[in-house]
Design a protein around this ligand. Structure first.
Ligand code: GDP
Ligand code: MG
Length: 419
């Protein structure tokens, strides 16, 4: 049975640039993608946070009333709660109370599949929990980690704290190792001169669908949030035979809490190291401009805002009026309108990818000694071979290869330029 949730969207005088109803809608989407059912939602307007309950006491009473009558399982706040506020609220409304960060962590925890993803989530959960671990009220059992036998002369709280700190240290160390091994893998890929392309974009924009449509990766898509947590990479061959690696990424969201960005850095390293970004936008969403800006904010945090980017205007099949698309297209330097689901205009996208990646490749026309089959194979493997002629001891090859491979070949003795 779906967990019944009551959503409290907190509206302070000073808040972000998002309209409050969008904040509320995102919170609802998050809950639904978690399998929850929203039974009631409310906006709590206040000038500034109150120390006790974050929001005003009148509102707290109202929430307590609804909890009593509507059988609410969980109260969810759009705004982060301090440990003391959370405990006070739980006491007042007599119902489990969590905040948006905890909700996101919960979703991450449900979706994490790889060892690394799980470790990242656990680390983020523990780091979130540790400063909130004062007195009673927090259920450690939620972590499922068998924490807490009371040592002689120690309170349970101290033991829990120490164990959590130790676990955090260990997770950080293990994660570093995993990250090193992933870096090595990536390095190998760079050595192979294969450009990497990262799909970024607000959750639900259609990244996984696009990756599927392009590569038939067969990865789960789901009309909900965060179906892809773990880095997912697929090899893809452009129509020009250029090999590329396409990677899906974790959902970007409005005001992704900063500590989560840190915790998920390994996932986002794919973005940092990419040669090209595909920024997928759901233009059927009336708020797509806000979503676009939210993604750009995250890219800025990763120092990736200046990376070569193709803006992919997705879900055009859902538009009844397409006349404004042209204007929109003009506002981005590299842009393609597609439908990832209906596979509309995908060739324009691959053409654009090729165009943007082109400066990394060059046409060579070389004569290679027949004894250097290794190099001949390498050109076949990594490049797009246009023509091969055998003449005596040499093989003449005309091919489009990466600049890197071209300069590698130029440095080999015995290779002659044929043109
Ligand atoms: P992601 O979170 O960015 O990976 O988004 P998904 O690929 O999971 O897509 C989210 C939802 O949008 C799914 O229900 C998709 O079927 C749907 N979707 C994706 N692309 C399109 C499209 O081009 N047209 C339509 N109509 N729906 C799409
Ligand atoms: Mg996805």
């Amino acid at each position: 049975m779906a967990e019944k949730a009551l959503l409290v969207t907190v509206d302070f005088d000073k808040r972000g640039s998002w309209p409050i109803e969008d904040v509320a809608k995102e919170l609802e989407d998050l809950v639904v993608s978690c399998g929850g059912e929203v039974v009631w939602r409310t906006v709590a307007r206040c000038k500034k946070p109150t120390p006790g309950y974050l929001i005003g006491e009148g509102k707290v009473e109202e929430i307590a009333d609804v909890c009593r009558t509507a059988g609410v399982d969980t109260v969810i706040f759009s705004h982060d709660l301090k440990g003391s506020q959370q405990r006070n609220l739980e006491e007042a409304v007599k119902t489990k109370t969590i905040d948006r960060t905890q909700l996101i962590l919960d979703i991450f925890a449900r979706r994490a599949k790889s060892e690394e993803g799980k470790m990242q989530v656990e680390l983020a959960q523990l780091e979130y929990l540790l400063p909130r671990l004062v007195g009673k009220g927090i259920e450690l059992s939620r972590l499922g980690g068998g924490i807490g036998t009371v040592g002689p002369g120690e309170t349970k709280l101290e033991v829990d704290r120490r164990r959590i700190s130790e676990r955090i240290t260990r997770l950080k160390r293990d994660l570093k190792e995993v990250s090193v091994s992933r870096r090595l893998k990536r390095k190998k890929r760079t050595d192979q001169n294969v450009p990497s392309i990262s799909l970024v974009g607000y959750t639900n924009a259609g990244k996984s669908t696009l990756l599927n449509s392009l590569t038939n990766a067969g990865q789960l898509t789901f009309d909900g949030l965060f179906t892809t947590l773990d880095p997912l990479s697929r090899q893809y061959i452009l129509p020009t035979h250029q090999k590329v690696i396409l990677s899906d990424t974790v959902g970007f969201m409005y005001e992704l809490p900063h500590h989560l960005i840190e915790a998920f850095k390994a996932t986002l390293e794919e973005v940092v190291d990419a040669d090209l970004l595909l920024h997928v936008l759901d233009v059927s969403n009336p708020k797509f401009r806000n979503l676009h800006d939210a993604v750009i904010d995250v890219l800025k945090e990763l120092n990736c805002q200046d990376k070569p980017t193709i803006t992919v205007l997705n879900k055009i099949d859902k538009l009844t009026d397409k006349s404004w698309l042209r204007n929109l297209e003009e506002s981005f330097p590299n842009v393609v309108s597609i439908s990832a689901l209906k596979k509309e205009n995908l060739s324009a996208l691959t053409g654009k990818i090729n165009e943007v990646l082109v400066p990394t490749t060059t046409l060579i026309d070389v004569e290679i000694p027949i004894g250097r089959m290794d190099l001949i194979n390498l050109i076949h493997k990594e490049g797009e071979v246009k023509r091969v002629d055998y003449s005596g001891d040499f093989v003449r090859i005309r091919a489009v290869v990466s600049f890197k491979l071209a300069s590698q070949l130029a440095a080999v003795k015995g290779i002659k330029s044929a043109s």
